[in-house]
Structure formats: structure tokens, C-alpha cells
Design a protein around this ligand. Structure first.
Ligand SMILES: Cc1cc2nc3c(=O)[nH]c(=O)nc-3n(C[C@H](O)[C@H](O)[C@H](O)COP(=O)(O)OP(=O)(O)OC[C@H]3O[C@@H](n4cnc5c(N)ncnc54)[C@H](O)[C@@H]3O)c2cc1C
Length: 513
């Protein structure tokens, strides 16, 4: 979760096609053993067969349709982008890629840190699967796989319900859920994937599957944190949702001289806090603006009930904040604030490519993640502070951040093997980011990357793992870092549901050990 938050300094399923009919496997295609060469006529035929739209390199919209969220990925040049309107469209695409032996990848919000939602072959874009329907009696929400988080918050919130998820408004629900989904309600209501009850997917040979605890339950297990792009193309999800609690936001900023105490104190404090309180601690290097240490959070309760908890933070840190913002707000205002959209409408809180009213911009960044198992001692906290100072000296024109996001609470009450998301005994996830504007020089961008590599080898503890949704192409031991003791079971699921490894990318789950 890249911290935004109140006061922080930083950085169409056209009416979602009707849910698939049967819960059984209905294969619409057989995979030929020898791919047939691809001609432009074949692409035309695919376009004609889709209810949705196929965009090809000579189409006017291709220049923007090919782009991912992270503007550092200038290269994606897929041979075709299929904006599917129905699971049958997705099945037709799978038939096509199998017939011609070309690469395929699914794309929802396009935020993959590794750029893994594009490929030289066919991109299956699910953004038109964007229906959001809430059943307040059952406390469930049906959400199309291409819905953006800001729309999820808005629609689910309008029914006085909460689905826990990441704060970034433009994230796609599919990538977020399939890799975990950490957000400000995680300690209270769990990860997004913990709330996943079922999904509809199209498998590697075009079969349509309804996945839940009684049907293809092994796949459901894998979809809960086993990483996007590995097993099937999800077209919709059904989630548990929760009655909306009162929400109080806070942001506390500290003098840089106290940064080490802030980080150390925050770790001890958050490990004693109730589930209702979620918090993050961030250390920033902000170029000419210098450094910033802050603690942010969201409390499911009133500002007065939060006062006592924040007083304990003051005691633990030993230095009072230089600025403090605490505000109880309506849920949607709070989410807009967390999304960095406090002064915007929901429609504007989009990229212009996904909503004509959208005013948000794509960003350029690189990142690396790790975990803290338990509160660190002061020398380790100081090492993190010095790491941010090192970033500033290496790349003074870039933004650098170390963001510590609290786990615990509901996240850690689930057993490691109950879902594919294995990081169940962590105090906090650490995310290091180096971000830059379009004016940044190549050498500064390289220096930021060098800082991340140095962090990975010298400051982060490799054995502590890494968050699969902060997917990191530079990580060599990614299989164990993302999936730990769940890797073997994920490989078995992969072998069963995608035996020919149709869904593959540099860090996809393999079909064998
Ligand atoms: C600015 C920013 C803020 C973020 N904040 C948070 C946060 O607060 N909490 C958090 O947990 N994470 C956060 N993340 C990480 C985010 O969860 C991952 O990047 C996630 O994978 C993005 O999902 P997406 O659908 O937008 O991306 P995509 O790039 O579209 O997809 C990511 C992966 O999932 C696959 N995929 C996409 N759609 C499907 C589908 N329908 N079926 C199967 N596979 C599919 C893709 O092929 C790709 O491999 C953030 C990322 C960014 C860039």
C-alpha cells in the first residue's frame, strides 16, 4: 500500500454479463497440439467473434490501450487487446491463443509492479466486467473482475457495507484480490482475499468454472492470495461484506531527529492495539523538501475512543508529534481521503483512460518489499532511518519511501495453510519505493534502483518473505518469498488447472517443482 492518507505528503462489464450459468466445467474448446500460424485474417475473425472489442496495433486507441499504470513500462506492445464483455468472450480468446500458441495475459487495473499484465501476444482486458451488486441481507457483494477500487468503495459503501481492500483508487479488484489485498480495514475484517467466497473464471482451455467452497475448492484456495495471472482468468468475484463502522482517520508527523524512535515505538504500540485500529508508519525522503517521519491510521470508532490509544503511542515514542490531524468522517469521505482524492468526485478519482472525468495520472516507480516478524530493536530502526537518508544522498531528485503497514488482528488469525496467502505471522509489511517524475534523469532512476537492490541485500531480511502483490522482478528467491510453505500446494493446483502452463510469466507459479 503506497501511503497517501489524510495529510500525507507523497506521492464497463456492460451490466456485467449475467453470471455464468452452470457450476460445472463446460469446455468450449479443445487445445490442438500443434499451433497453427497466425494471420491478420485470424485476428479479424477473433474481433468479429467477440461481443466486446479487439484493439490491434493499427487502431487509433492502441497507443493508450496498450499502456499499464506504471509509466516506466514504455514497452508493452501486445499483438491484440481484447476488451471482453462476457465470459464467452474470454473463452473465445482462450480458444484463439491455444489454437495459435501465442502468449496470453489477463489485465484488470494494470498495476502489476512487474508489468506482468501485458505480453507480446493477447491481453485479455476485463475492465468491462465492472458490475458491483450488494446483497445486504446476505452481506455479500458480486463484483466484476475489472471493477476499480474507488467504485467498489463507493458502491459497497452506498449500501452501508465495507469490503476491505487497498487504498489506491485505480487498482483493479482482480489483481488486488488474487495476490492478497491489504488495506486500512485489514486488522478488523481481514484481507480482500480472506473475504472471497467464490469466483467465476475461464480456465486455460476456455472452460468456464464457478469456484466456491464446494466446487473446485482447491482453486478457491489458490485464488485467495496465490497471485494474479496464474490459474485462470477471473471474470467475477463474490465477497463477504461487513456493516460499516464509524471511521476516524489520523496523521501524526514527527521531527526527523525522532524518526528512529517513531519507527521503534510504532512497532511496539501497534502490536498491542485492538483490531479496530489499523496503522502505518512511513519514512520519506522528498528531495528538496527533506525528510518526513509520520504515523497514519484508520480507527473503526470515534475520535474520543481513539484519544487514549494515541496517548499510548505518545508514551511509547517519547516525542510528541509536530503536527497531528484526527478526524471522524463519513466512510466514503474517509476512503476518498485515503485514496488521495479528498477534493475530487468519485468520477474524477480515476485515470482518464477509465473514466472520461478522471483526473488522476499514471505514476513511475520501482519497489521492493519485505516483512517484520516482530518489533525490531533500536539499532534496526536506526538502520531503516539511515537507509532513507542514503536514498536521499544517492538520488536527491527522486522520492524515496519506506512504508510499514500493520498486519495482525484478523489477518493473523487465519492459519498459513487456510488460504494461499502465507504471510500470517507478520507484524508489518515493509514496502520500499523509489518514485520519479517525467523530468528525472536516467542516472537518478538507476540510482533509485540501486538503492532498492542495496536494501534487498543489506537491510531487508530475505528469509522474512515478500508480498506477492508488490511483485518484484529483481527477486531471485521469489517462489519462497511470496508463497513459503504454500508453494507445493500452489504447484499442484497449477498442474491441475493449467497443466500446459498457458498462463505464464517470469514469476508465475510453475507446473512442477
Ligand atoms: C499505486 C499502487 C497502490 C497500491 N496499493 C496497494 C494496497 O493498498 N494494498 C495492496 O494490497 N496492494 C496495493 N498495490 C499492489 C496491487 O495490489 C497489485 O499491484 C495488484 O496486482 C494490482 O492489481 P491490478 O488488477 O490493478 O493489476 P493488473 O496488472 O491488471 O494485474 C496484476 C496481476 O494479476 C493478473 N490479473 C489481472 N486480472 C486478472 C484476472 N481477471 N484473472 C486472473 N488474473 C488477473 C495480471 O495478469 C497480473 O499478473 C498497489 C499498487 C499500486 C501501483
Amino acid at each position: 500500500m503506497l501511503a497517501t492518507g489524510a495529510g500525507a505528503t507523497s506521492l464497463a462489464m456492460s451490466s456485467c454479463d449475467s453470471a455464468p450459468t452452470a457450476s460445472t466445467t463446460t469446455s468450449t474448446t479443445t487445445t490442438p497440439k500443434v499451433p497453427t500460424p497466425l494471420t491478420s485474417k485470424d485476428w479479424r475473425r477473433l474481433g468479429d467473434a467477440l461481443i466486446g472489442t479487439l484493439v490491434l496495433p493499427f487502431d487509433p486507441s492502441y497507443a493508450t490501450d496498450r499502456l499499464l499504470y506504471n509509466s516506466k513500462f514504455t514497452n508493452p506492445h501486445p499483438a491484440g487487446i481484447a476488451y471482453c464483455e462476457s465470459p464467452d468472450d474470454v473463452a473465445r480468446c482462450m480458444d484463439f491463443v491455444n489454437r495459435h500458441g501465442i502468449e496470453v495475459t489477463a489485465r484488470s487495473g494494470g498495476h502489476s509492479y512487474g508489468g506482468y499484465s501485458s505480453c507480446p501476444g493477447l491481453v485479455i482486458d476485463v475492465s468491462r466486467f465492472n458490475a458491483i451488486e450488494v446483497d445486504t441481507r446476505a452481506n455479500t457483494a458480486f463484483i466484476g473482475a475489472g471493477a476499480r477500487m474507488i467504485d467498489v468503495y463507493n458502491e459497497v459503501g452506498a449500501r452501508d457495507r465495507v469490503l476491505p481492500g487497498g487504498s489506491c483508487p485505480t487498482l483493479g479488484i482482480a489483481g488486488l484480490t488474487l495476490g492478497g489485498g491489504v488495506g486500512v480495514f485489514a486488522r478488523k475484517f481481514g484481507l480482500t482475499c480472506d473475504n472471497l467466497r467464490g469466483a467465476t473464471v475461464v480456465g486455460s482451455s476456455g472452460e468456464r468454472l464457478t469456484v466456491d467452497s464446494s466446487s473446485h475448492s482447491e482453486l478457491l484456495w489458490a485464488l485467495r492470495g496465490g497471485g494474479g495471472g496464474n490459474f485462470a482468468v477471473a471474470t467475477s468475484f463474490t465477497f463477504d461484506v461487513h456493516p460499516m463502522p464509524p471511521v476516524t482517520l489520523f496523521t501524526l508527523q514527527y521531527p526527523w531527529a525522532a524518526a528512529s524512535d517513531v519507527l521503534e515505538g510504532w512497532q511496539h504500540w501497534i502490536s498491542m492495539m485492538p483490531d479496530e485500529l489499523w496503522s502505518g508508519c512511513q519514512l520519506y525522503s522528498q528531495g528538496t523538501y527533506g525528510f518526513l517521519a509520520q504515523v497514519t491510521g484508520v480507527y473503526c470508532g470515534s475520535a474520543s475512543a481513539l484519544t487514549g490509544l494515541l496517548a499510548q503511542l505518545d508514551t511509547t515514542i517519547g516525542t510528541p508529534p509536530t503536527s497531528s490531524f484526527v478526524s471522524t468522517d463519513a466512510y466514503m469521505n474517509a476512503m476518498m481521503s485515503e485514496a488521495g482524492c479528498s477534493r475530487l468526485s468519485v468520477a474524477s478519482c480515476h485515470l482518464p483512460t477509465t473514466n472520461p472525468a478522471g483526473v488522476l495520472s499514471r505514476e513511475a516507480y520501482s519497489a521492493k518489499s519485505s516483512y517484520l516478524n516482530a518489533p525490531t530493536n533500536s539499532s534496526h530502526a536506526t538502520a531503516f532511518v539511515q537507509a532513507i537518508e542514503h536514498m536521499q544522498s544517492l538520488a536527491p531528485t527522486l522520492g524515496g519511501a519506506l512504508a510499514f503497514d500493520a498486519y495482525g488482528g484478523a489477518v493473523n488469525r487465519i492459519d498459513k495453510s487456510d488460504t494461499a496467502f502465507v504471510h500470517r505471522d507478520k507484524l508489518a509489511c515493509i514496502q520500499a519505493t523509489s518514485s520519479w517524475s517525467s523530468y528525472a534523469s536516467t542516472s537518478q532512476i538507476a540510482a533509485g534502483q540501486q538503492w532498492l537492490s542495496w536494501l534487498g541485500s543489506d537491510v531487508f531480511v530475505a528469509a522474512n518473505g515478500a508480498y506477492q502483490n508488490y511483485i518484484d522482478p529483481t527477486l531471485s528467491d521469489w517462489q519462497s518469498a511470496y508463497y513459503g510453505t504454500n508453494l507445493d500446494r500452489l504447484i499442484k493446483v497449477k498442474k491441475k488447472f493449467d497443466p500446459d502452463n498457458v498462463f505464464r510469466f517470469a514469476q508465475s507459479i510453475p507446473t512442477h517443482t
